[in-house]
Write a protein that binds this ligand. Structure first.
Ligand code: G16
Length: 542
């Protein structure tokens, strides 16, 4: 039986950088989750009888929302739903499943790297038939719908047993509970030389992978341990937990500190990596060397041809605007297109679909390629392993060689989390107000060459996205970017991104914060962060 339930709109359902993210109790408010899912369905056309993929990162409330989404998909007329066993699908695996089974789209339930639990974060994101996050035209339509929605449709049937593989019927719709790992693992085997990586590992090369009690545990166990021979004890925190063991499943130097400390110790294995809540981010650390995400993008792009899936070279490279220019230098050398997009993986979709780029990456620990339409944590780990297996050098040697060839781009991001939204807006208004008059002026010891607010013109569909962050370019090539995060769930998060390029290898050994000191000083001089936020220092430095 299908019911139509009357509701009043929830005014706060505006999707952010990556779907709707709120605290769990917000999603638990009667009708809240249903209103958002119905708004998604109401914004789509032509899905009657078609396939929907549903899965999430296993965090608290995942299973409940999946049962609701199944009942609503049936009531709204989907013909079939593919759902990962245990409600689990990593974000890249969901993207692959949408593409492989030619689904109409997918619902991905995750708040990514944000903590999980009864009072922590949850999220819902809609992905389109190319497997990628819905573009702004659709997320804008979803938001508009949430403002006026007055009913949702839901079918009545018992909970589906998500832990048993098999095909079920519910509300006239077919529900297939599928293995969340198998298709993804098979795809990875087509891209990388598993034989070469296996040989590397069996030759004594040691790997440590931290799954952070999040979704990549089962993927890492199947791919790294079973297929590539990595010691099971080297996959840390491999069991997905609803609260990620009480930690932030955020693979950065703060939340993956234990891994970092291990990699800097005398007992360090050869290669360390971690992924986040939903498996799309990655952290790469060699013995004694942290590889920044911006550098990792550049190094992967420069070496991708060593892996079978990329042996014909790259069509182009894309990076989000705040990501450093290291990859631009690789694109120039390869003679391929380079694209600079706003923050948000959804902006890469058109470029990938149009064959304008092969590899994409972001400073926020995301790298991926045209194999799916999401960033992909384990993919980055496997590409690094493939490159290491072919080059037979250490991570440190590869990093050093890259810097010697292209120069080193010192890079850091300072986050001021959970600051007052009003103060954050005031800081931005003050900065925006003076943008046009900054050129030629000093900020600390640096001279400003140019300042603007980033506008993106999508070269494929012609759409325009404005106000995507403030950019300050300095004479000598350093750059400073200010943005407000679109993924936080409490107050506002100010992100300040700093970079400085250093061509001379004699100066490649500086400590990053010291190397960037003039840019950090300029950030305070320009934005008066202390005054507006009342904070003396950032919450997180990456
Ligand atoms: C999401 C987006 C990324 C973005 C990141 C940070 O990642 O998919 O494209 O770089 O958020 O965004 P913001 O700076 O607005 O917080 P994830 O891993 O959270 O889905």
């Amino acid at each position: 039986m299908t019911r139509t339930v009357s509701i009043t709109p929830f005014k706060d359902q505006k999707p952010g950088t990556s779907g709707l993210r709120k605290k769990v109790p917000v999603f638990q408010a009667p009708g809240y989750t249903e209103a958002f899912i119905q708004s998604i369905f109401d914004s789509l056309e032509g899905f009657q009888g078609k396939t929907l993929v549903i899965g999430g990162d296993g965090r608290f409330y995942n299973r409940e929302v999946i049962q609701t989404a199944l009942r609503m998909a049936a009531a709204n007329g989907f013909g079939r739903v593919l759902v990962g066993r245990g409600g689990i699908l990593s974000t890249p695996a969901a993207s692959h499943m949408i593409r492989k089974y030619e689904a109409f789209g997918g619902l991905i339930l995750s708040a990514s790297h944000n903590p999980g639990g009864p009072t922590e974060d949850f999220g819902i994101k809609y992905n389109i038939s190319n497997g990628g996050p819905a573009p702004e035209t659709i997320t804008d339509a979803i938001y508009a719908r949430t403002q006026v929605i007055d009913r949702y449709r839901i079918a009545d049937f018992d909970d589906v047993d998500l832990d048993e593989l098999g095909t079920f019927e519910g509300g006239g719709m077919t529900i297939e509970v599928v293995d969340p790992v198998a298709d993804y693992a098979e795809l990875m085997e087509t891209l990388f030389d598993f034989g070469a990586i296996r040989a590397l590992v069996s030759g004594g090369f040691r790997v440590a992978f931290d799954a952070m009690h999040a979704v990549t545990g089962p993927y890492a166990s199947e791919i790294l341990v079973r297929r590539l021979g990595v010691d099971p004890a080297s996959v840390l925190n491999a069991t997905p937990l609803e609260d990620f063991g009480g930690h932030h499943p955020d693979p950065n130097l703060v939340h993956a500190r234990k891994l970092y400390d291990l990699m800097m110790s005398p007992e360090a294995p050869d290669f360390g990596a971690a992924s986040d809540g939903d498996g799309d981010r990655n952290l790469i650390i060699g013995r004694g060397v942290f590889v920044t995400p911006s550098d990792s993008l550049a190094m992967l792009a420069a070496n991708a041809h060593l892996a079978p899936g990329y042996k014909n070279g790259l069509k182009g490279i894309a990076r989000s605007m705040p990501t450093s220019g290291a990859a631009d230098r690789v694109a120039a050398k390869l003679g391929v297109e380079m694209h600079e997009t706003p923050t948000g993986w959804k902006f890469f979709g058109n470029l990938l679909d149009a064959g304008r780029c092969t590899i994409c990456g972001e400073e926020s620990a995301g790298t991926g390629s045209d194999h799916v339409r999401e960033k992909d944590g384990l993919w980055a780990v496997l590409l690094w392993l493939n490159i290491l297996a072919v080059r037979k050098q250490s991570v440190m040697e590869i990093v050093r060689d890259h810097w010697a060839e292209y120069g080193r781009t010192y890079y850091s991001r300072h986050d001021y989390e959970a600051i007052d939204t009003g103060q954050a807006n005031q800081l931005f208004s003050a900065l925006e107000g003076k943008l046009d008059s900054l050129a030629g002026h000093q900020a600390g010891s640096l001279t400003i060459a140019k300042a603007d607010s980033f506008t993106y013109h999508d070269p494929v569909d012609g759409s325009v996205s404005r106000n995507q962050g403030i950019r300050i370019f300095f004479e000598g090539g350093s750059r400073l970017v200010f943005r407000l995060s679109g993924t936080g769930t409490s107050g506002a998060t100010l992100r300040v991104y700093m970079e400085r390029h250093e061509p001379d290898p004699a100066h490649h050994d500086e400590e990053t914060q010291e190397a960037l000191a003039p840019v950090i000083e300029a950030a305070e001089a320009l934005a008066e962060i202390r005054k507006w936020t009342g904070r003396d220092s950032p919450t997180v430095i990456t």
